[in-house]
Design a binder for this molecule. Structure first.
Ligand code: ZN
Ligand code: ZN
Length: 390
């Protein structure tokens, strides 16, 4: 069934909810799917339900004690003091009822996507419930409990002997995934994000390149606050192209956090819908060029759930299915339905207007700085390429 794409979804994914006021809100999954439906871009046959990750699967990267702590926390059986040592019950990652079940489903959804692609039931798979890239081996962090991408990569290594390229375009550094495979030369991670100087989690420096045998297989492009489309895309397109050519993966896993947008309330980048058109396009090209089409895409951050995330994430599906019906006006039925509950005026078009925000005064400096950062990040590949081959 070559050419087919699948969309992993069930209502139960929305059970991953810390509390009513928490910025991480999976209502965005519903908003995105409904946008695709009302746009006539998806049918019920394209949708498959996520499965739950088993204890063994979670423990491919997580400590069993940590998983047990999450189970207890979700049943109200973990003391606050114990929870804190696992990063549970913090302001960022509060405890909520049945949090293990909700988190294991979210991790399982990424495995559902992986199996669909690796067993050739689909060429591409999209699981927007995943992308929780801050989860650590034994600790929750930054809204993330289980690290679905790390679990999925380890799973692909063990079950399918695949070499995986992980590409993370969330505005925050993909730290959890990077540290999971920091010493592994069979997994290559590339993260482009707002510099950690003022932003969580603070890591993702250009000098974090891996360790031991994995040295040279971690790439980081920390861009400056207020970076705009052009400079961001310049860095991203060169990085993904050259890193893919260097690593030649069997499969690509992309994390598609949608929080690099100007409207995002938690970050300080100044991108528009333009980058969210290009991100999946380049990933798609890499998938066909190196991976026989094998491409799994997950979600991630994205905190303007009304104006940014549905459009950005719907564009991934349009790219996967090579459907260009995503220009001009958004479907009227979608706007009518959701404007009632939206606390803000919804955009009417797929693209942002050119004058979305006031000009950024430091633009030339930012652009120059990002170009230098990119040069540094890619230097090992570029300098290696220049050596004469025998
Ligand atoms: Zn983020
Ligand atoms: Zn394709």
């Amino acid at each position: 069934m070559s050419g087919r794409s699948v969309f992993v979804f069930s209502e139960e994914l929305l059970n991953y909810r810390f509390n009513a006021n928490h910025p991480f809100n999976q209502q965005r999954l519903k908003l995105t799917l409904d946008l695709l439906k009302k746009n006539g871009s998806i049918s019920d046959n394209d949708i498959i339900a996520p499965r739950t990750a088993s204890m063994d699967e979670l423990c491919l990267v997580h400590d069993p004690e940590y998983v047990q702590a999450v189970m207890k926390a979700g049943k109200g059986e973990l003391s606050a003091e114990k929870g804190e040592s696992y990063g549970l019950g913090t302001e960022d990652t509060p405890v909520f009822p049945n949090m293990h079940e909700a988190s294991a489903l979210l991790a399982g959804g990424t495995l559902t996507a992986v199996d669909a692609v690796m067993e050739e039931k689909a060429e591409h798979a999209l699981h927007l419930g995943g992308g929780l890239h801050h989860g650590f081996r034994g600790k929750a962090s930054g809204f993330c409990i289980y690290n679905d991408s790390s679990v999925a990569i380890k799973y692909m290594q063990e079950k399918y002997k695949a070499r995986v390229l992980y590409v993370d375009t969330d505005a925050h550094h993909g730290d959890g995934v990077q540290w999971s495979f920091y010493d592994d030369p069979d997994v290559c991670t590339l993260s482009i994000h707002e510099t950690g100087r003022y932003l969580f989690p603070g890591t993702g420096n250009v000098n974090e390149r891996g360790q031991g045998k994995g040295y040279g297989f971690s790439f980081n492009i920390p861009v400056d606050a207020f970076t705009e489309d052009e400079s961001w895309l310049d860095a991203y397109s060169q990085a993904i192209t050259e890193v893919a050519d260097f690593f030649k993966p069997d499969v690509i896993l992309t994390q598609n956090g949608a929080d690099a947008h100007y409207f995002d309330p938690l970050t300080h980048l100044s991108s528009t819908m333009k980058i969210f058109r290009e991100i999946p396009k380049l990933a798609h090209r890499v998938a066909h060029q190196y991976c026989n089409g094998r491409w799994i895409a997950v979600g991630g951050g994205g905190y303007d759930i009304w104006r940014v995330v549905p459009r950005a994430w719907a564009l991934i599906w349009h790219e996967m299915t090579e459907n260009s019906n995503c220009y001009g006006s958004l479907p009227k039925e979608w706007l009518e339905e959701w404007q009632i509950s939206a606390p803000i005026i919804l955009p009417k078009e797929w693209d942002d207007p050119n004058n979305l925000y006031e000009p950024i005064p430091r633009k030339p400096e930012i652009t120059e700085k990002n170009a230098k950062t990119l040069e540094k990040a890619l230097y090992p590949i570029r300098s290696h390429k220049k050596l004469p081959t025998t």
